[in-house]
Design a protein around this ligand. Structure first.
Ligand code: PEP
Ligand code: MG
Length: 533
């Protein structure tokens, strides 16, 4: 897209929306200053209580992902440390609204300044908390977006998303935002079109004043403001083609994936939380190609029993189908408090297997849980961010040691096949050095960012971060061919596997085994059926 009324960002949730723009950043309602500092303090306390009560009421109707977000916000609101600077400012004579806003803005600035996407994404939660309390303080008329509107602004609060009725369409267009934010996750799971990063890449930047209808193309990551008749017509054609493709895709879900020329392609799913499998019919996929375990490490280091139960649940759900669980890949854009270290360049630092080997006491707990869970299904285990074969050997040796220990104690266990992620260029360029691994799983998200030197979470370089660049595709093809020759199974579990626009290139590169986000399963199978290989 180009031109003053077209802005380009990044798609965070594919789809199309046409409707009026609703300004998320409109100025807040007026606050009536109270008579004394004690009254200001009481007003802020009451507003915090009111905001907490509203969040608690929202939890009643929320699904588990949304409830997690709301519980996080309630916990933040209940933390005295958050409000302390505001109460100190009130004591010093400030009105409650300004005191609260300044205290929370300082907190938000800290999160925004983080070089880690995860923390920047959490800034949206703190902003949400700030506005919830301000809303209660000012008794803002609680302006709701009109039905079918495109919510446009700097960023969007998770509660705003949850309170919006999406049944009449509508979408989200953000100047900042992140594809890793809580709202982006919710939007993908609910099918709400969403684009982020419009203020980063847009030619001339977003308009100062919002007027008229807009066209949100969240399949390609763009928005057209004040469109012409011809633009509206072209948009509607793309939108109906997308709906038709999505409806048609639904009919592919129940069948095994096959190309136009009859080549079978295995399509597995990527999951994180064990509860992710609750909404998936195992008959619609070929197993779990990637279970990310960082999720389990989110709040605190999980003990062996917690991990064992999580892995066992997924294995029992999958029955005879394979489940590939990846050992913890903390670090990079996935920091884990109390485990990862603060680094200047975390994508090139102590993440994945490097961190597990550096913290063997934590790694061994996960290894024991995996060995014990293996008796409950068809488990495979893989190691993230392998760069040299010695890392693989050390990890394998630790599995053997823990296995011997479990055997000595008479505890039921099984040794699963142990494979590696192919996501560091050193592996993709010299796969023969890793021929002892039981299988390869290509992590195209990281492989692409390392080959192209373009961060996976930076809107400004998104145009460089493409799996379809010939340099990346050549490596994918070489690894796949090597696996074929040596009898080493090769699959791909990066997001490109579920991207209909990339599936043709991946199959042409020789891949026959993809693992995709559950929401992309149907579209991925439909895209496979459209390729002749
Ligand atoms: C990848 O890098 O492609 C991958 C699947 O791992 P993650 O996205 O968890 O880094
Ligand atoms: Mg990765």
């Amino acid at each position: 897209m180009s031109g003053p009324h077209r802005l380009q960002g990044i798609s965070a949730s594919a789809g199309y929306a046409e409707g009026p723009l609703f300004d998320l950043d409109r100025t807040a309602a007026h606050y009536t200053v109270r008579a004394t500092a004690a009254d200001e303090k009481a007003a802020l306390e009451a507003a915090i209580d009111a905001a907490t009560a509203r969040l608690a009421a929202l939890i009643e109707t929320a699904d588990s992902a949304a409830a997690d977000i709301l519980e996080f916000q309630i916990a933040m609101l209940g933390d005295d440390a958050l409000g302390r600077p505001a109460f100190a400012a009130i004591h010093a004579g400030q009105p409650a609204d300004r005191a609260w806003r300044q205290a929370l803005d300082a907190e938000i600035a800290g999160y925004d300044a983080s070089d880690q996407d995860y923390f920047r994404a959490r800034a949206a939660d703190i902003r949400d908390i700030r506005d919830q309390v301000l809303r209660a303080l000012t008794e803002d008329g609680d302006v709701q977006a009109p039905a079918g509107a495109i919510l446009y602004g700097e960023d969007i609060a998770p509660t705003r998303f949850l309170e919006t009725d999406w049944s009449c369409g509508g979408g989200i267009a953000l100047k900042a935002g992140s594809t890793a934010s809580h709202v982006a996750m919710l939007a993908r799971s609910r099918g709400v079109p969403m684009v982020v990063g419009l203020g980063v890449v847009g030619l001339g930047g977003p308009p100062a004043k919002l007027a008229g209808p807009a066209l949100l193309d969240a399949e390609h990551g763009g928005i057209v403001l004040s469109p012409s008749r011809a633009e509206i017509d072209a948009f509607r054609r793309s939108s109906s083609s997308f709906s038709a493709r999505r409806d048609l895709a639904g009919t592919f879900l129940a069948r095994p994936a096959m190309t136009k020329t009859g080549t079978a392609v295995r399509v597995q799913v990527n999951i994180a939380d064990p509860s992710d499998v609750d909404g998936i019919d195992i008959a619609t996929c070929d197993g779990v190609g990637l279970m990310r375990t960082e999720f389990l490490f989110g709040k605190a280091l999980p003990d062996e029993e917690t991990q064992y139960r999580a892995y066992r649940k997924v294995l029992e759900w999958a029955g005879e189908k394979p489940v590939t669980i990846r050992t913890v890949d903390a670090g990079g854009d996935k920091p884990v408090p109390g485990f990862t270290v603060k680094e200047g360049n975390p994508f090139l630092g102590l993440r994945g297997i490097r961190l597990s080997l550096a913290r063997p006491q934590v790694f061994r707990v996960q290894i024991r849980a995996l060995l014990r869970a293996a008796v409950h299904g068809s488990l495979k285990v893989m190691f993230p961010m392998i760069a040299v074969v010695e890392e693989y050997r050390q990890a394998v040796a630790m599995f053997a040691e823990e296995q011997a220990m479990l055997a000595a104690r008479g505890i039921a266990h099984e040794m699963p096949p142990l494979g590696i992620m192919v996501e560091v260029p050193s592996v993709a360029i010299v796969p023969e050095a890793f021929a002892e691994a039981a299988f390869f799983s290509i992590g195209s998200n990281d492989l692409t960012q390392y080959v192209m030197a373009a961060a996976r979470d930076n809107a400004a370089v998104a145009h460089l971060n493409s799996v379809r660049h010939p340099a990346v595709l050549r490596l994918v093809a070489a690894v796949t061919a090597f696996g074929e020759r040596e009898g080493i199974p090769v699959s791909l579990c990066g997001d490109a596997g579920g991207d209909p626009a990339s599936i043709r290139s991946l199959l042409e590169a020789g891949l026959r085994d993809l693992s995709v986000a559950p929401a992309q399963l149907a579209m991925a199978k439909a895209a496979v059926a459209d390729v002749s290989v």
